[in-house]
Write a protein that binds this ligand. Sequence first.
Ligand SMILES: Cc1ncc(COP(=O)(O)O)c(C=O)c1O
Length: 461
Amino acid sequence: MSNDNRSAAIAARLRQQIADMAPGAKLPGVRELSKQYQASAATVSGALAELSALGLVRAEPGRGTFVANRERLAEPDYSWQSQALGRVRVDADRASRLGGYGTPEHLPLSWGYLAPELVPGEELQRIGARAAKNSRAWTMTPPAGSPDLRRVVAAEYRADPGDVLIVSGGQQGLVFAMRTLAEPGATLITESPSYPGAILAAQSAGLNIASVPSDEHGIIIERLADELDRSKARLIYMQPSYANPTGTVLARERRAQVIELAAQHGAFIIEDDWARHLGFEGPAPAPLFIDDPHGHVVTVMTLSKPISPGLRLGAIIARGPAGERLHASRAADDLCVAPLVQEIAHSLLTSSAWPRHVKRLRGELTTRRDALISTLYSSLPEARVTRVPKGGIHLWVKLSHGTDTRQFCAAAYGAGVLVGDGRHFFVDEPPAPFLRFSFGAATEAQIAEGVRRIAQLSEAG
Ligand SMILES: Cc1ncc(COP(=O)(O)O)c(C=O)c1O
């Protein structure tokens, strides 16, 4: 747990403790509290500062900390807010699973980013220190991003650098694209199952969501055609390469069919190309973007996945008036991504360390994928791996009929293991009990220990 989280946890417990104390009563000193909570003095002081800011305690220099007068602490009434805010848009339960969840002690058997030892940390530190010394890092770039970085991204997508817009990671790119390419109340079609963050992005853009099932070759074309007819949707979200959570790659013949359907219906495809650098058996298939000259495909890419989640850097690549609108609303939304971050990304992507890093990742991820699959086979026979992915970081696993995945994941969490509940990857009811495992965030030893703990739970349950 980080110091901040630890301070917050201690503050919560102190809050309970002082609820039973009289106003004016003195709290134990920092040294004693440190012993009681087995935390450093700085962490305890952080917790006390939090309570003091809330007016729950009063610090008197040289004398100690005292319970504040309760009259000032009447419970606030926020009930009016829910009425004023209207209907909840973004599903908080799904949102609570995105980004970091769990504690550092949890074994990350489901997490969408690389383990610390797979991040190119030394290069980032070296390049970051150098970039910070360059005055360019402390000015502004144009809202669309640093021209140098846009050129590098454009080359990968055979795009014009003018069609590239730098954003703070893929998630921002998705929200941004969904908000700009459709009016609130319009319908977005997503392949199903799909990335929960895309479902949240659509919710936050005020879109209705219709899902179309995918099979081992990606989204099912006939069902997509039906849904486009039925819903009149003009926006389709998909991950053609190594989809999260299934690892599916959109089959070659379906690529052309999807673009053809988008053209027939005058629709946009938001191509989430998050796993571009995470193919193990050769490079990922080319982005859909390069097969579509007419601007139906708008691609969102991210560097959080192959480099580091903390980099928070991605791009949207879009042609035509859609690109122009995205550029205009970019400036309205956020003036630019921190130039320092853009400078670091550009330096890394153009250095000799980059191809070395991508090559190393391929080997490491293959080893961890194989370790996860073989451990699951040997220790959890009721888990059926639906597909051996050739890229990405996730594994989609089906459990026996009738398994309650909510309970399964809660029990795993209690045993210190993070596993993804398949329910979050469906807009509506899941057709079967699924779990999402990831092999990018855990070491082989963590994978073995995590699966062992889950298997033990299954035996006990
Ligand atoms: C499929 C997919 N798209 C986009 C993202 C967004 O990633 P970021 O905002 O860190 O770039 C994620 C992160 O989990 C993802 O799994």
